[in-house]
Write a protein that binds this ligand. Structure first.
Ligand SMILES: NC(=O)c1ccc[n+]([C@@H]2O[C@H](COP(=O)([O-])OP(=O)(O)OC[C@H]3O[C@@H](n4cnc5c(N)ncnc54)[C@H](OP(=O)(O)O)[C@@H]3O)[C@@H](O)[C@H]2O)c1
Length: 254
């Protein structure tokens, strides 16, 4: 899959055969269905292509950990030239591009934008993300994001985000940890920090659990999207850096 080019990777013909396609304008919007790629038992793919929409504090920190674990990361911004330092620090398996490129590139897409931007991001990139595993780590803050954030909190982000990110295999994860903890606590010795996650698709849950491990944390599967509210901002476990055991106890999980 990887093809060296000035120390960076580039897409190869095989990548396109696997799901993307090109047009004169660049990456087109052929959906990539991943069913069966993350089996309940057996080996997981060791290298994944991950597109990141919103490469700020949390998107940058998580993507950097994934790059260190060997994944290929396309960090995106509406101003990709501003990501030079991030890409330099995250290493040769990363590059910068536009959000549309990240949506098309990723076998898995992390959406890490202010919650108020989620409806637009979901709409703009719906064709490219359709059927893909999409991780949403946004947190609604009414002071920052307006009335839609209060509505999202009232219904729970798992339910709210699914309305904005339609036709994807949505997993809520990485919203309840501060980016500084991602940087400082990843792969720490002893009991790791737990990352709660929720989703309705078993295979997506397995894939994201693996990515939580790859980032240096312990996955704690809370349940379906309807239970994502249990680790929303304002909950007892939000940005507490609890271990997996502490999270399970607090959330009443077996
Ligand atoms: N900071 C944390 O520790 C943390 C932890 C967990 C979850 N979160 C949540 O994750 C989300 C992002 O937080 P953050 O702190 O990483 O924010 P941030 O540092 O401001 O980064 C957000 C990024 O989103 C991009 N963005 C904004 N509007 C966009 C749009 N319409 N389309 C595409 N990209 C857009 C911006 O990229 P460009 O302007 O470069 O395009 C920006 O770099 C928030 O919902 C936050 O609550 C944050």
């Amino acid at each position: 899959m990887r093809s060296a080019e000035n120390g960076k990777f580039r897409l190869t013909r095989r990548d396109f055969v696997r799901g993307a396609a090109t047009t004169a304008g660049g990456l087109a919007l052929a959906p990539l269905f991943l069913s069966g790629r993350f089996p309940a038992s057996g080996a997981f793919p060791q290298t994944l292509r991950i597109g990141i929409i919103g490469s700020g504090r949390i998107g940058g920190a998580v993507g950097t950990q994934w790059a260190r674990a060997g994944h290929e990361i396309l960090f995106s911004s509406r101003h990709p030239e501003a990501l030079a330092e991030l890409v330099e620090g995250a290493g040769p398996s990363t590059r910068a591009g536009l959000p549309a490129e990240a949506a098309a590139f990723g076998e898995i897409v992390l959406v890490a934008v202010p919650y108020a931007a989620l409806p637009q991001v979901g709409q703009d990139h719906a064709p490219a993300m359709r059927g893909k595993i999409v991780i949403d780590c946004g947190n609604p803050y009414p002071d920052r994001d307006g009335p839609m954030a209060a509505e999202a909190l009232a219904m729970g982000t798992g339910v709210a985000s699914a309305q904005y990110l339609a036709d994807v295999r949505l997993v809520r994860a990485f919203n309840a940890i501060n980016y500084r903890s991602v940087e400082s606590e990843a792969h720490r010795a002893g009991e790791k920090v737990g990352i709660p996650l929720a989703g309705d698709d078993d295979e997506a849950i397995r894939a994201v659990s693996q990515l939580v491990t790859d980032a240096g944390f312990d996955p704690v599967v809370v349940g379906p999207l309807s239970r994502a509210r249990e680790f929303d901002q304002g909950s007892a476990v939000y940005v507490t850096d609890m271990t997996a055991a502490q999270l399970r106890e607090e959330l009443g999980l077996a």
